[in-house]
Design a binder for this molecule. Sequence first.
Ligand code: SF4
Length: 375
Amino acid sequence: MLGLSIHIPFCSAICNYCNFNRGLFDAELKVRYVDALVTEIAAAGSVERPEPADTIFFGGGTPSLLSAADVSRIISGCRESFALSPDAEVTLEANPETVSTDLLAAFRHAGINRLSFGVQSLRDEELKRLSRLHGAQRARAAVGEARAAGFDNLSVDLMMWLPEQTPDQWLESVDGAIALVPEHLSLYMLEVYPNAPLRDEMARARWSQAPDEDAEAMYLAAMERLEAAGLAQYEISNVARPGRQSCHNLKYWSDGEWLGFGCGAHSTRAGVRWKNVSATADYIGRVGKGDSPRSDSRTLTADERIGDAMFTGLRLTAGVDMDAVNRRYSTDVWQRYGSDLHPFVDAGILCREGPQLRLTRRGMLLANEVMAIFV
Ligand code: SF4
């Protein structure tokens, strides 16, 4: 089934490390943007023969800056254009400083059944270094408000390898997140991009990131603690309680299909990949004129599709079922890539069990080297 991805490009402030497609919140622009989204969704679907879809994901940006009425309108648009499963997973990314119990209850009433909180750290000094608007206490309170509003499916995002962060400090945040008893947790490693203001701030303040060996130890120790707390790793950066994996994100990692709506949104369907224009005003203008917001569209070659299936599937702890890839693409994956993959199997980075090929946990730290085979 399709996943539907809705991009909301508005934020209250721009974080010093961010390289997402986003801009400052503007109430008037937001109204026009939601109109454009609803128009794009209506044009993509079919009222006569709606395609089945089982996930909606509001990502950003900061989707929790939308009103519940906006969210309800967008979800209704999805229902009108697609055959949305009654038990569809409908996720909204939320920043802790933007929510209250009332707003979250209204989101729930609008059809959101899963929240993903951008917590990043549970240590105030780290949050300040990242120029985040919330503190640790607000993050904890937001999770409590979500429970009070009736949400039983929560995810928490944490970032590791922050400036000046020691392994023990990182594990304080991990323990703090475990204490919030989320159903799902994502761990991302901070990447300081060349043009990120954080890079200059780090140079001025003489902040540094822990050495690479510490970063590896931080990742491995976090995974151990999370698993001991009942949150099993299922993807390089994601852990979940049983049955609480992100159905939407699994489409990206298991050769699924999805449609993205909004500025900069990506879509992949039937071997074609396309992207919408990135600039918010350009997107609104095109949709308003009845033009397509697509900026580029490309039919993937057979090699690219096989490479993608392998590349993304290896992110999962279960790995890739090579028999399934062989059947789907009429190929023989091992014959095609075996000579490149063999050294990684011998080195204990990859594990081959029957048709299943997966990264070992140590291998996950070296995933980029393995993935390079398929890119
Ligand atoms: S809230 Fe998220 S999307 Fe917005 S600026 Fe910060 S990191 Fe970027």
